[in-house]
Design a binder for this molecule. Sequence first.
Ligand code: PMP
Length: 427
Amino acid sequence: MSIIENNKIEKVIVPLHTREGMGVGPIRNDFPILDKTIYGKYPLVYLDNAATTQKPRVVVEAMTEEYYNVNANVHRGVHFLSQQATELHEGSRETVRKFLNARSTSEIVFTRGTTESINLVAQCFSDAFMKEGDEVIVSEMEHHSNIVSWQLQQQRKGIKLRVIPITDDGRLRMEEYEKLFSDRTRIVSVTHISNVLGTVNPVKEIIRIAHEHGVPVLIDGAQSTPHMKVDVQESDCDFFAFSGHKIYGPTGIGVLYGKEKWLEKLPPYMGGGEMIKNVSFEKTTFNELPFKFEAGTPDYVASTGLARALDYVSSLGWDAIEAHERDLTAYAMQKMNEIEGMHIFGPKDIEQHDAVISFQVGNIHHLDMGTLLDRLGIAIRTGHHCAEPLMHRLGIEGTCRASFALYNTREEVDALVAGINRVRQMF
Ligand code: PMP
């Protein structure tokens, strides 16, 4: 039976597809927004998770609780509430350390998100280690935040960007990557998973090759942390950036992991309170790691929210999450490929394609597709996805993008497919 009848989406979440050890039904109850009616269509089919994920109650409630019962500025107060808030904030840092398997909390810097984490490295690393003509290797599939941050250093210091090309099906051309190294290469900065193509990049191999050349690597983990277990010691990356809001946590907080040996050598990013040891007009000394990089009052309530989100994900278990999301991606690729005129960008091999599906149907403009699906209560994203150089490479202006999270279901994929077919019939 079609899910869309008389321009109305029936309630689609029963029965829910379940994987071994993981029923999505109870999980959906943790996310109140998923019960929402949009344009009279119930329930919302939210497939814009690569942009931001929805928040479980435990995250919102922990933050509300902190504002109501603990709130006080961290680190500086002798009074009870300040100490309690500091304990929570530093406890959250330990939760992040465990989540990434970093060696020490000194390696965990709180930032506002992936963008700020990458900008921090681009600016501080180029100040410490790069001079005119030195090179950073990025790839053709990067988000603007991992391109423009380096271009700003190009303008400030005259550094150069070298770009790893991609194949037509959206994989890094590893043989070309190896050829980009020169005696001027100082750092490699690449995404773990493409926010457009869903490509899972072989980061361990990328890091191994860079290290053979004595070059450190920054991994943009904005799209990988919500979908797979990350272990910074196992991958041996030198820097790793991610955003709280993409992994069921609050907006406005993110993380930069950096190996201590690198963070120690980098100059501070911003000046202000918290990042100093002593200040005088003659000489200022800086605080120890990680505080050297955390000028001003941190978002200590958001750090609590982030820690609860990471706990939430960990409590469900990576095996179950990965199996569920792989199943959804494979199911969606199969069902979507049956649609006439469908073109899916990115790798066909499901092992290399995770949770993000960019597509184009015939010559239906992505904006039309997105707008009409929205009227059916289905939220997808359209446009260049902050990856204009990738759009140029693919020779397109934009795509439609459906992206999945742990609470999505096969029934929602069916709703998407039915919605796309309906839009197709209108053209
Ligand atoms: N990198 C990638 C791969 C992303 O998908 C995003 C967000 N779309 C970012 C970086 C930037 O993340 P944020 O806006 O949270 O800083």
